[in-house]
Design a protein around this ligand. Structure first.
Ligand SMILES: NC(=O)C1=CN([C@@H]2O[C@H](COP(=O)(O)OP(=O)(O)OC[C@H]3O[C@@H](n4cnc5c(N)ncnc54)[C@H](O)[C@@H]3O)[C@@H](O)[C@H]2O)C=CC1
Ligand SMILES: O=C(O)C1=N[C@H](C(=O)O)C[C@H](O)C1
Length: 272
């Protein structure tokens, strides 16, 4: 049997951090070897299991990134843009693969990730679920098959604690629609409508964000024409779909060449 992969989880007290701990500790293929939280967090210095209100796990929560990454194979990171840039640089220095689920990164922040080089192996996706990555491919195909008589709108809904909009997934879907149409998303994107906006511009791709309660994550891609509408939809009802995808990505990095990858690479969907 191959040795379980040693994984560090960042933002371990967060919604995704906790879900990742559960997913990794119940996998035979992986072993949780480190847990990171931001400096000053109440869990720093505590056993992770006890901090989570259960039995000790023998993994201490730390804010020392370099020390925690020592000897690990992969770090899985669902935190915040600035934190993710720091983890990416530390992971490259340590020769540890970095799976990034963090969303809301600007172009300038993405440019600060270490370049695909000898040391940096990054898998980054705004959504790690199989279903959404299939939806990305479907969106590209449908957008390629339809002309601009079909207005494309991406509508997303999330819980009331989400801090970024549009969601990372909505942007992936908008990008896929733009690719299908053979246009650049930044040239056709409508991200804010308020007041007297004027009529919708033909060929534009619109985004709308709903925030409320405990909605895990819902995405519709609407193709609306005169007389008919096509709606491609994904509904996540449990965060475990994202954590399972992230673990799959972590395991996939074994033996891979350094570079920047996404979930389409991990799932073998990139050529479709
Ligand atoms: N790609 C995907 O499939 C998914 C992506 N996400 C994204 O993951 C991110 C986190 O989401 P949630 O878990 O819901 O947020 P959350 O707010 O529950 O958790 C974020 C955690 O990161 C920690 N953190 C912040 N700065 C840190 C630092 N410098 N060092 C260590 N820890 C730090 C916070 O203390 C917190 O525990 C968001 O960007 C969200 O959009 C969420 C779900 C799925
Ligand atoms: O913040 C979340 O919760 C989620 N974020 C990701 C996004 O921005 O698309 C993925 C998922 O929808 C949940």
């Amino acid at each position: 049997m191959t040795k379980p992969m040693g994984i560090v989880v960042t933002g371990v007290s967060g919604r995704m951090g906790r879900m990742l701990v559960e997913t990794i500790t119940t996998s035979e293929k992986a072993r949780l070897v480190g847990a990171l939280e931001r400096a000053g967090h109440a869990w720093i210095g505590q056993d992770l299991g006890q901090a989570m209100g259960s039995a000790p796990m023998g993994v201490m929560v730390s804010d020392d990134i370099a020390q925690t990454l020592e000897g690990a194979d992969v770090v899985i990171d669902f935190t915040a843009p600035t934190a993710t840039i720091g983890f990416a640089q530390a992971a490259a220095r340590a020769g540890v693969a970095h799976v990034i689920g963090t969303t809301g990164m600007s172009g300038a922040e993405i440019a600060q990730l270490p370049p695909p080089s000898r040391d940096a192996l990054i898998v980054r996706a705004g959504n790690m679920s199989l279903g959404v990555n299939l939806l990305v491919q479907l969106t590209k195909q449908v957008a390629a098959a339809l002309d601009e008589d079909y207005d494309i709108e991406v509508i997303e809904a999330h819980h009331n604690q989400k801090v970024d909009a549009p969601s990372g997934t909505a942007l992936m879907l908008g990008e896929a629609a733009a690719q299908g149409r053979g246009v650049m998303l930044e040239d056709v994107s409508d991200r804010a409508r308020d007041g007297i906006t004027g009529a919708r511009q033909r060929g534009h791709i619109g985004f709308a964000a709903i925030r409320g309660g405990d909605i895990v994550g819902e995405h519709d891609v609407l193709f609306a024409a005169t007389g008919e509408r096509i709606i491609l939809r994904h509904v996540a009802s449990d965060r475990s779909v994202f954590a399972r995808g992230a673990l799959k990505a972590a395991l996939w990095t074994a033996g891979k060449a350094p570079g920047h990858y996404d979930m389409l690479d991990v799932l073998g969907l990139s050529e479709q």
